[in-house]
Write a protein that binds this ligand. Structure first.
Ligand code: DSN
Length: 421
């Protein structure tokens, strides 16, 4: 019997309690609409690699230089992942071992700057990410972080502020990218400022890496010194991280990943990353990436038509950030009601939000997972109308129950797997 013949349901007899959780989660994912912008649905091949025997083994080190024996297949699979990542993104260097996007960012900090050095990055409240130096995060505690935001008028990155911070603090690293910024980023302007300051330029493309891989939006890889990403968002792979870089940064990044930050790599996930990168290299991935953006834009149009304000007025990517103020509700109330209606989104601060982070004025909605399940224009239009209906009536249990039933009917007619590549 080979690994591909192991019955998928064998856990049911070995551990019914955990099996029940897995079954219930499978049903939840099948019967609801997953619209968390950072989530996706992987192919069966990715799932199989992630659940494979490669979870059994330590493989500390790198291909050809392991600290354990028995690593022949691990070298092959890691080299496949590295080669495919480099080809996919046109990168000079790739490290496929980071356990997550946050870990990848920490590893870049370790490779490029010293504790106390100045770093300029986008604030979380304006769409950035915790690991770029929020005060409660390790990066915020170890480095002198100076954060820029978006301008009040356009809600797009305020380059006057970025330039001011760069000239005042002379950072060793400039970071852009984030988790709730719906627009394209002008990487060239950051490059110019990084060159002026002699700073390393890091782009965290975790959210939009799949759109870059599918050539639907411009790539930061030729412009930045280092690019980090997760592999599980728009890129549609297993949970994990990836670092791409210009060759001169490769050596220090290798050392900072192992032994600097990590011990044994999660080789089952490295194998699954190789599978996902292989899928993203196929022509059909370009079509997927375009549909992700189109679906997010359609959704935004419907919501705007229903009277909701979109932060920045729309999106160029896979997510819309919706200001709920016009409906007199909060992100918390709307996202709770939407969950009851079978539509999973997250509450999100909007730029210059006046509400607490536990309440928020907005919700963030993403199109990747439903696009991967094969949903298109008709479905996204219906979903937009449901979201508006529920957000307008968060206390109306009968309405929510009716939407829940309609959502279940539609969701369950789309299989829970990324369309065949
Ligand atoms: N938690 C991720 C997101 O939802 O955007 C970022 O790490």
């Amino acid at each position: 019997m080979t690994v591909t013949e192991v019955p998928a349901k064998s856990i049911a007899s070995q551990d019914p309690e955990v099996a029940a959780c897995l079954d219930a989660e499978f049903k939840r994912q099948t019967n609801t609409l997953e619209m968390i912008a950072s989530e996706n649905i992987v192919s069966d091949a990715v799932l199989q690699a992630a659940g494979s025997v490669m979870t059994n083994k330590y493989a500390e080190g790198y291909p050809g230089k392991r600290y354990y024996h028995g690593c022949e297949q691990y070298d092959v699979v890691e080299n496949l992942a590295i080669d495919r990542a480099k080809k996919l993104f046109g990168a000079e260097f790739a490290n496929v071992q980071p356990h997550s996007g946050t870990t990848a960012n920490q590893e870049v900090f370790l490779a490029t700057v010293k504790a106390g050095d100045a770093v300029v990055s986008l604030s979380l409240a304006h769409g950035g990410h915790l690991s770029h130096g929020h005060a409660v995060n390790m990066a915020g505690k170890l480095y002198a972080i100076h954060q820029y935001g978006v301008s009040r008028d356009t809600e797009r990155i305020d380059f006057d502020e970025v330039a001011k911070l760069v000239r005042e603090h002379k950072p060793k690293m400039i970071i852009t990218g984030g988790s709730a910024y719906p627009r394209l980023i002008d990487f060239d302007r950051f490059r110019e400022l990084a060159d002026e300051a002699g700073a390393v330029f890091l782009v965290d493309m975790a959210h939009f890496a799949g759109l870059v891989a599918g050539q639907a939006i411009p790539s930061p890889v030729p412009v930045a010194d280092i690019v980090t990403t997760t592999t599980h968002k728009t890129l549609r792979g297993p949970r994990g991280g990836l670092i791409l870089a210009k060759e001169p940064f490769g050596k220090s990044i290798q050392k900072s990943v192992f032994p600097g930050m990590q011990g044994g790599p999660l080789m089952h996930l490295v194998a699954a990353k190789a599978v996902a990168f292989g899928e993203a290299l196929r022509p059909s991935f370009k079509d997927y990436a375009k549909r992700v953006i189109r679906n997010a834009q359609l959704l935004g149009e419907v919501l705007a038509g229903e009277g909701l304000r979109l932060v920045t007025g729309g999106t160029d990517t896979h997510l819309v950030l919706v200001d709920l103020t016009a409906f007199g509700t909060t992100g918390k109330a709307a996202s709770d009601a939407l969950e009851d209606a079978g539509i999973t989104v997250n509450m999100n601060m909007i730029p210059f939000d006046t509400r607490k982070p536990t309440e928020c004025s907005g919700i963030r909605i993403g199109s990747p997972a439903l696009t991967s399940r094969g949903m298109g224009e008709d479905e996204f239009r219906r979903i937009g109308r449901w979201i508006a209906e529920v957000a307008r009536n968060t206390e109306d249990k009968a309405l929510i129950a009716r939407v829940r039933s309609e959502v279940g009917e539609m969701a369950s007619s789309f299989p829970l797997r990324a369309e065949e590549n």
